[in-house]
Design a protein around this ligand. Structure first.
Ligand SMILES: [Zn+2]
Ligand SMILES: [Zn+2]
Length: 736
């Protein structure tokens, strides 16, 4: 590039701090070339230096005699985003109201700061860790490795940790390796003959008949593939991917969680040998970087991954598949709070690609688009091999209470079904979507519930750990002997969590092999997949747990599913409570009766006639949709309106309230007062980690205008309220 006009030159730089605008830096005079958009540079920011991204190589200077700091250094050899992804991150910044720099960081592979080319790392091995009681240092290192995905740089360890690592090497639990930081990984193993898939069923053929012309025509369109669990959606995804790859274009295949789909990865490696790369956060930074480079170079055109794989730098994107599009894991719950499913539509529009999302219980947003014709609806009827749907029995727990005189956790009907199931040699799932032993520790004398000192939440008793724990901040303590308020020693544990349900099941099903799956039992990465694998292999008879158990696939011997307190989550103060309950109940019920066996689902509820419970029992999504969309329209909630959830947080309660009031006032000044505001008021959890939380829910029919209005209000209060005190969530999936 030639030297630009004489005089100082300036570039616009996106910095990774919470700032809703870019900064201007001077291009050093001794640079022969202007930087390019996407270049990574080091720039001074306050008293430090940060790695940032050039977004506009040539902008006018500030004029006058304002001094502008120069760019410190151009960082060559770092991963850079292609122009198409730079645009996508700009959209993320404008729509989700974060800084462009933060959006760019989340789209880049990890470890993109400059480092030595060779690096010593400690990597977790495959041997199970058998540690002595007193090996605290080794245990601490293992836990740390676990948290960061299995690999730590040697430079991140202090001397005691290094000694622990060496001891673990002797036990074969970890390895110490010197690796090339840019070492490539072979994306798909050795190339072999591709296996042909099964012959599509007539229903699958009909659907493919609608997809192929759009794929071949290289135009943008979004499809919703709507079909029950087991209706054969995966084969449609794979055929569409094959068609796109054969046309020379690239495919991104998104799944909610990689660890839970070993069967899919296995199928993909057989159908597309050597062609696919897996991108997800559980891989080591080195593997992620190597996968990223392989895609960026164009060596790999099929990417399978979780949410963030929507930023995979593929060449000529032709298809995005989104399996289980309603799954909440597509939404990031930290800044930037983007939804990978919705970004897929934005990205596909820019590259003239096809979006193929699938679900048995689509998100209300998605089904509404399909009904309105914005997305093309593809119905996939029937189950593969005509497997019958499970029979659902709703049990009224009020009657169980009247008959027995006490509150039962397991109804006689469920116990009987479970016993018969085990006698047949079949397997069962029991869902209790709440972890821990009890829900609260309660003093019947004065009415006190033991709360966390830092959060406005009751503490949950965990019996195996013998601790009371706060599920919001992790605080834990011993069970008090007496009530702190009135001194009574008569404290009662109330409500039953999954840990207690497991104990009760052991009592009524002696000899059965029972395992529990919730966040307490599968803390280690891969532990959930391992437990599901043991269940699928028949090593477990009854799997009890939280919603995690509904995520497993391909349970061929499950003939009984029990759902406890099915209606409890309906009472949560969130307009999506009904939708989430319906999805969970339908999903777990769909796990029964696969294979050639008919399943039975026992749904226990205190209000079993609640329409959501009834429609889920009937697995009637479309009637649920009609009912729910009327309710949302009446109350003006999404998808009829767009919604932004604003949480103002501060340690000082009065200041927090004052800031929230100022923000609400600024919001009322926008759009000539046409924004619908709820709040400011205390958030459903009013205090977390000693910080008070004030909530404002803002709604309006026009999505883009709502986002612009919130952006304007945030700028208006910029001088008064620190940006870090306001959490902004556009299109939130939860307002709790
Ligand atoms: Zn008391
Ligand atoms: Zn807490």
């Amino acid at each position: 590039m030639n030297r630009g006009p004489a005089g100082p030159r300036y570039a616009s730089i996106a910095v990774p701090i919470p700032l809703r605008r870019q900064l201007t830096y001077r291009v050093p005079d001794d640079w022969r070339d202007l930087p390019a958009a996407g270049d990574r540079v080091r720039v001074p920011l306050g008293s430090r230096h940060v790695v940032a991204t050039v977004v506009e190589p040539q902008v006018p200077g500030p004029g006058g005699d304002v001094r502008v700091k120069p760019i410190a250094e151009r960082l060559e050899g770092l991963p850079t985003l292609p122009g198409e992804l730079l645009e996508l991150t700009r959209f993320v910044s404008d729509y989700y109201l974060c800084s462009w720099g933060e959006a760019i960081e989340s789209a880049l592979p990890p470890q993109s700061s400059p480092g030595r080319p060779r690096r010593r790392v400690v990597r977790i091995g495959t041997e199970p860790a058998m540690l002595a009681q007193r090996a605290e240092r080794q245990r601490a290192l293992l836990e740390r490795l676990d948290r960061v995905g299995g690999v730590l740089g040697w430079e991140q360890l202090d001397e005691p940790a290094r000694r622990g690592a060496r001891a673990l090497v002797k036990r074969g639990v970890v390895a110490i390796e010197d690796i090339d930081d840019d070492q490539a990984v072979d994306p798909g193993g050795t190339a072999q003959q591709a296996e042909p898939g099964p012959q599509p069923t007539p229903a699958q053929q009909a659907v493919l008949g609608e997809l192929y012309p759009v794929i071949d025509g290289r135009s943008f369109e979004t499809f919703l593939l709507y079909g029950a669990t087991g209706s054969g959606k995966t084969e449609v995804y794979l055929r569409a991917a094959e068609r796109t790859l054969n046309a020379g274009r690239s495919v991104i295949y998104l799944v909610p969680e990689i660890g839970l789909t070993p069967l899919l990865l296995n199928t993909i490696s057989k159908r597309f040998p050597g062609q696919a790369v897996v991108m997800h956060s559980a891989r080591s930074p080195r593997e992620r970087l190597a996968a990223w480079h392989s895609v960026r170079r164009g060596d790999t055109r099929l990417v399978v991954g979780t949410r963030s794989a929507i930023f995979a730098p593929v060449h000529d994107l032709g298809l995005v598949v989104i399996d289980e599009e309603q799954d909440s894991s597509y939404k990031q719950d930290e800044t930037p709070r983007y939804n990978g499913r919705d970004l897929a539509v934005v990205r596909a529009q820019a590259t003239q690609a096809v979006v193929l999302m699938g679900s048995a219980t689509p998100a209300l947003e998605t089904f509404r688009h399909a009904k309105a014709g914005r997305y093309r609806l593809l119905r996939l009827g029937g189950r593969v091999a005509s497997r019958p749907l499970a029979e659902v029995v709703r049990v009224d727990m009020r009657e169980t209470y009247r008959a027995s005189g006490e509150v039962q956790v397991l109804s006689p009907v469920l116990i009987e079904e479970l016993r018969a199931c085990l006698e047949r040699g079949d397997q069962a799932l029991v869902l209790r979507n709440r972890r821990g032993w009890s829900v609260a520790l309660f003093c019947p004398t004065c009415g006190e519930r033991v709360q966390c000192g830092r959060c406005s939440l009751t503490l949950t008793w965990h019996r195996s750990a013998s601790r009371l724990r706060c599920h919001a901040c992790g605080f834990e303590t011993e069970k008090p002997e007496e009530c702190a308020r009135c001194g009574s020693a008569d404290l009662k544990l109330i409500g039953e969590g999954s840990e207690r349900v497991e104990d009760l099941l052991e009592q009524v099903l002696p000899g059965a092999r029972i395992a529990r799956m919730d966040r307490d039992t599968v803390r280690r990465k891969g532990a959930q997949a391992a437990m599901l694998h043991r269940f699928a292999a028949g090593e477990i008879d009854v799997l009890v747990g939280t919603q995690m158990i509904a995520k497993g696939h391909d349970f061929h011997r499950v003939t009984v599913v029990g759902v406890l307190s099915a209606d409890q989550s309906l009472g949560l103060p969130d307009f999506r409570a009904g939708e989430r309950t319906f999805q969970l109940l339908t999903q777990v019920a769909g796990r029964a009766g696969r294979g050639d066996r008919v399943g039975r689902v026992i749904v226990q509820a205190f209000d079993p006639d609640h329409p959501v419970v009834r429609l889920a029992a009937e697995q009637d999504y479309e009637r649920f949709y009609e009912r729910e969309i009327r309710y949302r329209a009446t109350l003006r909630y999404p998808p009829v309106t767009a919604l932004v959830n604003l949480i103002v947080r501060d340690a000082d309660e009065l200041r927090c309230r004052g800031w929230a009031r100022s923000l609400a006032d600024a919001l009322r000044r926008q759009e000539r007062g046409r924004l619908i505001l709820a709040g400011p008021g205390p958030a459903p959890i009013e205090r977390i980690k000693s910080r008070w939380r004030q909530q404002i829910l803002v709604r309006m029919a026009g999505r883009r205008r709502l986002v612009r209005a919130v952006d304007a209000a945030l700028s208006e209060v910029e001088g008064e309220v620190p940006r870090g005190a306001i959490q902004v969530d556009v299109d939130p999936l939860s307002v709790l």
